[in-house]
Design a protein around this ligand. Structure first.
Ligand SMILES: *Cc1c(COP(=O)(O)O)cnc(C)c1O
Length: 385
């Protein structure tokens, strides 16, 4: 039905009406004092979201721009890095690093399982000559719905003494706790179309003091993504180039909504939705793809047994106008993913589960009793903490 689409994919995510309206204004001059006030305010709001006192820089681009900026601003030719890979986005980090001729050692885990922090500890402890310059991981691996243990891996990186930790927090920031300064994270990359409840178009990169020290030495080629001009202009509440002015309106508005809800409440909501989605799917006899205990707060990947995941996904879209995400690479047809990131409430979760349940019923493939998924999810959503 026209205009009825509900996005339940891990980006782009739904956008609140207040944020949509903020976009529909005339652009203002990006060197005006009015715009400087917005840059000043959003910079503070971004520090609040990242729980950091360091600068969080805004780049016009998708999340990958922030990832690439993180690499090319801290590393130099031939540097050695450890890169975690347990899904499509871990693989992306490896590709970005290799594109700049970084010497990459990949630490893998099976898709659906979390990276093993011990594997990082061992590799870092074995590095007696301090060759490793960075450890690079994806916090929430969107392709498999797995949350990696960034906090523990960051501790091992700090024990090494030289390496920095670079993290893709694109689907964890604004979904679960990512305290940049407390965990000692050196680089965090994120993008507007995920937890920020905004359309795509802005990406964000935050650097610690250690990362800025490396920035001075870094000799990888860069121009648009050279963060030095971004930092210099940020000090004057400005940007090196013409920023996406209207997306800044949306950023200010979306972060105001997030601040009104509060970080703890945002994390609790995502945790509740993740548990409800997992429990609801299992109650319908549909196995959750991520290993027990490491489900992402932002995405639940489901591996149905008796139906092609693409067929189910297409039927849910056609019958109910709910867009679920498919499986990537070898998981295509085997997995579908429910995005519950950002502007999502309990109603969205119940509706998605009910739609999946009714679709299975219509295809004569529902193995559980009708309503079992919705019932199980409702119980979780009504749990008192
Ligand atoms: C969406 C996403 C990205 C960024 O992808 P873009 O399409 O460049 O915005 C990076 N990492 C993860 C884990 C993601 O989910």
């Amino acid at each position: 039905m026209q205009d009825k689409l509900t996005l339940m994919i891990p980006g782009p995510t739904p956008v609140p009406e207040t944020v949509l309206k903020s976009l529909g204004q005339h652009p203002i001059g990006h060197r005006s004092t009015e715009f400087q006030a917005i840059v000043s305010k959003t910079s503070e709001q971004l520090q609040w979201l990242h729980q950091t006192k360091h600068d969080v820089l805004t780049i016009t681009g998708s999340g990958t721009a922030a990832m690439e900026a993180g690499i090319i601003n801290t590393l130099s030719k031939g540097d050695k890095v450890l890169c975690g890979s347990n899904g499509k986005f871990g693989e992306r980090w490896v590709k970005v690093a290799k594109a700049y001729e970084i010497d990459v050692e990949v630490i893998k885990a099976n898709w659906g399982e979390a990276l093993d922090p011990e594997a990082f500890r061992r590799a870092l402890e074995a590095d007696k000559n301090k060759q490793i310059q960075a450890v690079i991981i994806t916090h929430s691996e969107t392709s498999t719905g797995v949350l990696n243990d960034l906090e523990t891996i960051s501790q091992y990186v700090h024990a090494h003494g030289k390496a920095i930790i670079i993290a893709d927090c694109v689907t964890s920031l604004g979904a679960c706790n990512v305290p940049m300064d407390k965990w000692g994270l050196d680089v965090i990359a994120s993008g507007s179309q995920k937890g920020y409840m905004m359309p795509p178009g802005l990406s964000f990169v935050a650097l610690s003091q250690r990362a800025w020290e490396l920035q001075k030495k870094s000799n990888l080629p860069k121009f648009y993504l050279d963060l030095n001009p971004y930092k210099k202009t940020a000090e004057k509440n400005s940007n090196p180039f013409t920023p996406a002015v209207n997306l800044y309106f949306a950023l200010e508005s979306a972060l105001e909504i997030m601040q009104a809800e509060g970080l703890e409440a945002i994390y609790a909501r995502h945790a509740r939705h993740s548990k409800a989605a997992q429990t609801g799917m299992q109650a319908m006899g549909m196995p959750v793809f991520s290993a027990k205990g490491c489900g992402s707060p932002a995405i639940t990947a489901v591996a149905p047994k008796n139906i092609d995941a693409e067929q189910l996904r297409k039927a849910v879209k056609e019958k109910y106008d709910i867009l679920l995400a498919g499986g990537q690479d070898h998981l295509k047809g085997k997995v579908f993913r429910i995005g519950h990131l950002g502007f999502v409430n309990d109603r969205d979760i119940l509706t998605a589960i009910a739609a999946i349940e009714a679709t299975l019923y219509s295809l004569d493939l529902l193995e559980s009793k009708m309503g079992a998924g919705v019932e199980a999810a409702s119980v979780v959503l009504n749990e008192k903490n």
